[in-house]
Design a protein around this ligand. Sequence first.
Ligand code: GLV
Ligand code: MN
Ligand code: MN
Ligand code: MN
Length: 407
Amino acid sequence: MSTPSQTFDSMWRDLMPVGRDATSGGYRRFAWTRQDHTLREWFAAEAARRGLDLTVDRVGNQWAWWGDPDAALAAGRPGIVTGSHLDSVPDGGAFDGPLGVVSAFAALDALRANGFEPDRPIGIVNFVDEEGARFGVACAGSRVLTGAMTADRARSLTDADGVSMAEALAAAGRSAEELGPDSETVRRVGAFVELHVEQGRHLSLPEVDQPLAVGSDIWPHGRWRVRTLGEANHAGTTRLEDREDAMLGFAAAVIAARRAAEQHGCVATVGKVAVTPGGVNAIPSEVTGWLDARGADEDAVRAVVAAVTEVVEEFGGLVVEDSWTGSTPFDPGLARRLATRLGGIPVIGTGAGHDAGILANAGVPTAMLFVRNPTGISHSPEEFATSEDCLLGVEALTDVLTDLAGA
Ligand code: GLV
Ligand code: MN
Ligand code: MN
Ligand code: MN
């Protein structure tokens, strides 16, 4: 029989090449693309290899079950679910998402190797489109699943080429009509534990120096579309006083975001911009960018957005909310239970969004486990976790599942 380390390594090796950019070493795994299809097939094959029952909900999230979730639900013992997502940001790291899915399968293998007989079904989930890299809204799979985003809105979101989610679903062989909230699937989840690579450097600080932590909460965060307008014209022949340059208002908005974030103790990022017509020698007629703002305090984040909006409106532009997730505490009892069970490991908050947060906001008892990232860098090829720490994560997850799904 293979050890958890062997099953982990072999799954990791399978995933390594999928969607990897040879030049940057980063990953490009976007929802409903060829790469995503390969990852979904991989998930289905791992489920089949273990004799798990694969179900796909109305949104396209994949669930692999050990045990019958409906029979258990009818008996008042809904399942214990773990897992994460397999998609990535542009040039993302290898760990954000896949670590939680691979660890889930490895933990299930370890439970079986230990002769564990679950008293409740155990599910492994692959949430679709967690990063929102293609259609702009993060955690799209869990948002539609729980009703936090309407199916109509999801269907109408478009990617950079103008392809709507409805069209992308159809191209991937799925019915866009089927898209919608799926309370039957959510009810099967008695508790959800998402294991994830840490996306900052807290666990690596010399005074902390711990391989694992339990999550306490997710900061309030959101995305806003910032749009400024001007008039396209020649870069050489148009006098400065005759210009209507959409970039000026946009640049002012970016500076305003930074200043307001400093003032209100938040973070603000403008990491994606589209300029029309996009010529070096043409004055921009339109700039659309995405503001990502987060902070420990909801009012402070709102104040940052208000400051940006004021500047953008001065230039005749518009700021429109794309998504908003308020302060999201994880289940405190579950967090305590995990932390105690795992020997009093640290309990930390995070500024990163996760499907676990969407489930928590939908009333599912939810917890997170973080694995140390020695680089402290994420959403970049520099993201990292040592094999040793990953295996400690698998061990911890195995232990937690033994506790939660045991008699
Ligand atoms: C997703 O990883 C996010 O927090 O942006
Ligand atoms: Mn991410
Ligand atoms: Mn993630
Ligand atoms: Mn995330």
